[in-house]
Design a protein around this ligand. Structure first.
Ligand code: FRU
Length: 440
């Protein structure tokens, strides 16, 4: 079907119809990336939470596969994760896909569902729920394999803490530890966790938080530290808060299970709870950001999460530069120092990006980007530390989003925009830009 909608992105995932928030149950198997998502199949505001399903072989073109997990007597289906049980630890068969989600009914409890056809259909586990709590905010279970201990680890958010459990069979879970008291930002509820082994003894605990983001509303904080199979120990001062992305539209970010070559491929929901229901799209709401590979780096003795556009996304663009901007393109800017990059259209709408080399700061101003008055929280200037100098800035432009990355992974900024006409003009002061179009 041809994409004729004004704001529907070209190379970002969107639901064909209805509301979407968090990515759920991300896993890779046999060459296919599976993305489930918080979906309202019946309308474009948050309700009737169901896991919609889409698949892709290149992280760029997505095919809707229908609704995968639907509400039942335990409640609607909130966020969660999925694992590929290669060694049949659960006894559902080698390669079964086991999904964990929150049943949101009178209480929030954790349930599971099993697929033996590569995630196309799921059967709910007869003994659901598998985890309960007395705390009302108890959700978003994320399961990983911990090879060092030959066991599974489940991390789940409970109000403003993370609880860790372990299991040998994916069904019976033993409480291991609690993380969070006094660490990082507690300005909102902790949601959608992930736990990543970055190698060399370094671990990253992903903790999405709403509200409390650096520019208001929802955002992704993370902690660096160690994990011994029982307990996560943060290696930073408790007062330190680290952010994975410095835009306003990066939330509920988690990674794919079983990604090739041990990669940590993450996908954000590209919106913000402050205004997600007010954005000027009609039949559908929200897109996912581009896939990004997460890594670990240190700057001045402190550990951080690096964020780079996934190779699959880079491969989707032409190798040869083009003469002018299109509504869906990538701009690489070789920076020589301070720089000002402006995207604009014939309606006087513009987005200005500023790089201050000395202060090691990058910012994006969308206050004049187009339609901004649907929410007073929308107009914004977002600013990021760059932890060193940026040499190459990669800017991904789609019909309603701008994502800027330091090609070395030390800065990521994701912002949505709603220009009344596409930006057609690019000006760069202090740098050399090349424009790449989408291949198809
Ligand atoms: C995060 C979140 C999750 C919850 C889901 C409900 O955006 O609030 O904590 O599971 O959305 O749709």
């Amino acid at each position: 079907m041809k994409n004729r909608e004004k704001f529907r992105p070209v190379y970002h995932h969107t639901p064909a119809y209805g509301w979407m928030n968090d990515p759920n149950g991300l896993f890779y198997k046999d060459g296919v990336w599976n993305l489930y998502y918080q979906h309202n199949p019946y309308g474009s505001t948050w309700e009737n939470m169901t896991w919609g399903h889409a698949t892709s072989t290149d992280l760029c073109h997505w095919k809707f596969e229908g609704e995968a997990i639907e509400p039942d007597a335990l409640g609607t289906i909130f966020s969660g994760s999925a694992v590929v049980d290669k060694d049949n630890t659960a006894g559902f068969g080698p390669g079964a896909v086991v999904a964990y989600y929150t049943s949101a009914g009178k209480a929030q409890t954790q349930s599971m569902a099993v697929s033996t056809d590569n995630g196309m259909t799921f059967t709910k586990y007869a003994d659901n729920p598998v985890l309960t709590s007395d705390i009302p905010d108890f959700r978003d279970p994320h399961v990983i394999w911990y090879p060092q201990g030959q066991k599974w680890i489940l991390i789940v958010s409970e109000k403003q803490h993370m609880k860790l459990f372990s299991s040998k069979n994916l069904k019976d879970w033993t409480f291991e530890s609690d993380f969070g008291e006094g660490y990082g930002s507690h300005a909102g509820v902790w949601e959608c966790p992930d736990l990543l082994d970055m190698g060399g003894g370094h671990w990253i605990l992903v903790c999405n938080i709403n509200p409390g983001g650096p520019f208001g509303g929802s955002a992704t904080q993370y902690f660096t530290g160690s994990f011994d199979g029982h307990k996560f120990i943060c290696d930073s001062d408790p007062s330190v808060t680290k952010w994975m992305d410095w835009g306003k539209d990066h939330y509920a970010t988690v990674t794919f299970n079983n990604a090739p070559n041990g990669r940590h491929v993450a996908l954000p929901w590209m919106s913000n709870w402050q205004y997600a229901a007010q954005v000027p799209t009609k039949q559908y709401r929200s897109a996912n950001g581009i896939a990004r590979d997460l890594g670990y780096f240190e700057y001045k003795g402190t550990g951080y999460c690096s964020v780079k556009p996934s190779q699959e996304i880079l491969d989707a663009f032409s190798k040869k530069p083009q003469a002018s901007l299109t509504p869906a393109c990538r701009v690489d800017v070789q920076l020589r120092g301070n720089s000002v990059i402006t995207l604009s259209n014939g309606k006087g709408e513009s987005v200005t990006m500023t790089y201050n080399a000395k202060e090691e700061k990058f910012s994006m101003d969308r206050t004049k980007s187009g339609m901004t008055d649907f929410s007073t929280d929308f107009p914004a200037l977002t600013t990021a530390p760059t932890y060193g100098k940026i040499k190459t800035l990669q800017i991904f432009i789609d019909k309603s989003s701008i994502e800027a990355f330091d090609a070395n992974g030390k800065m990521a900024m994701t912002n949505i925009v709603f220009p009344s006409e596409p930006y057609t003009k690019l000006t760069v002061k202090g740098g050399k830009a090349k424009i790449y179009n989408l291949k198809r």
